[in-house]
Design a protein around this ligand. Structure first.
Ligand code: HEM
Length: 490
């Protein structure tokens, strides 16, 4: 007998009308190929979901998600596109999160030294508990160091941008983002500068190695910018082998095993094999953390740039006023806590553009799921899928959801909305635990993102960007400064 999602969705006992889940998977093979072509080619991602939402008059429906046949397993999912149904994906008593981190497929274990790393484990697995404890411990122990290393690393990039502009050129935000995001993470956790000379030095190639090692793992669900026909017949139909990027993984692995002796020793004390710990650490830092920041920071710059100089000047004066009031000459955790506009802007960036757009979970049992308008029977074994950008732009929760509103989360009414920001596989008001699958780095991510905005506007009063290049969004979309106006005091 089906249980209900009452616990997951906080519903009352008055159940909405039970409906058959609309949508179709089409005929085997051809249905999946058709949906995939619509998704990547004929419609594009947002129209793909929106057109079906309109056709079925439902925010819950059946559809095939890429990748698909012949080289990938079952693409059939039930899409959840509203704020009421989506949180079922956070409820690990109802959904299994085994091997669903990247979607309906899991990349070969050769990418991770033969280990199933933490993000692919369900909390019911013993390794999940040990490895998430390891991740929590390294973040807690290195929190202050990560904070100061971030300020140092972005400071190095300020100089690079300013020099480039003084010499009459343009300054690539994206290229430097890959430097400061990689360097602060590895300096902060491995306690060794990747750029410093040494037997396992990465020079300035760390970020590039991490991106190239990640790319084939995400290629089945990404647009690489190749001609569509080639992408469909290759990366969207068959997994790419690790051997293509072994030369990217090897130097990072060597860097970690050579220098992260402190972190690896602590993992061994928890009963984790050293090689397993090294592969997990590599994944946390290069995929989860670097990958996430490398998507998110350019999006933040783009969103703030899109609003314009008035917002920039307000941010700069908030940072200046808080530092003047606290008497500090550099930003601390304490002063950051007083910068409410900075914080609201960061939440709005997460809301409008959640960096990880997809979440998956397989039903552990039969249950009833509710959207805003109806309830649906979910069967054990069915794959549930959330397209997060639609969920965090749900018009039933957020007014004028498509507009970037920097002040949305200010004041008592704004604060009430924070619980509806979902970027971390959980509510923004929830915390990651050993029992759930919420991002282990959630608090660090929000703190460092606020620090990023504060550092930027502690240095600059405003900036201008080159127009957005055509092509797919995300880390491949270059962000370039054409001007940077320094604050009077710097
Ligand atoms: C899980 C996003 C940074 C470590 C996740 C998940 C998301 C996410 C959406 C859940 C995936 C799923 O199972 O559906 C992000 C974003 C980041 C970021 C957008 C940066 C902007 C970090 C950092 C760390 C980290 C800095 C730590 C070094 C993890 C780990 C998991 C995870 C270990 C798996 C948690 C578990 O298995 O219980 N992250 N993350 N992430 N994240 Fe993050």
């Amino acid at each position: 007998m089906a249980t209900s999602t009452k616990a997951a969705t906080g519903d009352s006992d008055d159940r909405l009308p039970l409906k058959k889940i609309p949508g179709t998977y089409g005929t085997p093979f051809f249905g999946a190929v058709k949906d995939r072509l619509d998704y990547f080619w004929f419609q594009g991602i947002d129209t793909f979901f929106k057109s079906r939402m309109d056709e079925y008059k439902s925010t819950v429906y059946r559809v095939n998600m890429p990748p698909g046949p012949p080289g990938f397993p079952d693409p059939r999912v039930i899409a959840l596109l509203d704020q009421k149904s989506f949180p079922v994906l956070f409820d690990t008593s109802l959904v299994e999160k085994k091997d669903v981190f990247t979607g309906t497929y899991r990349p070969s274990l050769s990418f991770t030294g033969g280990y199933r790393v933490l993000p692919y484990l369900d909390p019911s697995e013993e390794r999940h508990t040990k490895l998430k404890t390891f991740c929590f411990n390294i973040l807690k122990e290195n929190g202050p160091r990560l904070f100061s290393e971030f300020s140092n690393a972005i400071g190095e990039s300020f100089i690079v941008w300013e020099t480039a502009l003084e010499e009459g050129g343009t300054a690539s935000f994206s290229t430097e983002c890959a430097q400061f995001a990689f360097n602060f993470l590895f300096r902060g956790v491995v306690h060794r500068d990747p750029v410093a000379p040494g037997e396992a030095s990465l020079g300035t190639k760390g970020g590039e190695h991490a991106s190239l090692w990640t790319a084939p793992q995400l290629a089945p669900v990404a647009s690489l910018g190749l001609p569509h026909a080639i992408e469909e017949l290759t990366v969207h139909s068959f997994p790419l082998p690790f051997i293509l990027v072994k030369s990217q993984y090897d130097p990072i692995f060597k860097f970690i095993t050579t220098y992260a002796t402190d972190a690896l020793g602590k993992a061994e004390a928890l009963g984790i094999d050293r090689n397993d710990a090294a592969n997990n650490l590599l994944f946390f830092l290069s995929f989860n953390a670097f990958g996430g920041f490398n998507i998110f920071f350019p999006a933040v710059v783009r969103e703030i740039g899109g609003v314009g100089p008035d917002l920039m000047r307000e941010l700069a004066s908030e940072v200046k006023d808080v530092l003047a009031a606290t008497g500090e000459n550099k930003i601390s955790l304490q002063s950051l806590g007083k910068m409410s506009l900075v914080t609201s802007v960061v939440y709005e960036c997460f809301r409008i553009n959640p960096p990880v757009p997809f979440q998956y979970g397989r039903a552990k049992k039969d249950f009833i799921l509710e959207s805003h308008d109806a309830s649906f029977e979910i069967k054990k074994g069915e794959m549930l899928f959330g397209y997060q950008p639609f969920v965090t732009n749900d018009p039933k929760v957020f007014a004028d959801p498509g507009t970037f509103n920097p002040k949305r989360f200010l004041g008592p009414e704004g604060e009430k909305l924070i619980s509806s920001v979902f970027w971390s596989n959980g509510r923004e008001t929830d915390s990651p635990t050993l029992q759930n699958k919420q991002c282990a780095g959630k608090d660090l991510v929000v703190t460092i993102s606020r620090l990023f905005v504060a550092e930027l506007f502690n240095r600059y009063e405003s900036f201008e960007l080159a127009p957005k290049p055509a092509g797919p969004a995300g880390p491949t979309s270059q962000v370039t400064f054409t001007s940077l106006i320094k604050n009077a005091k710097t």
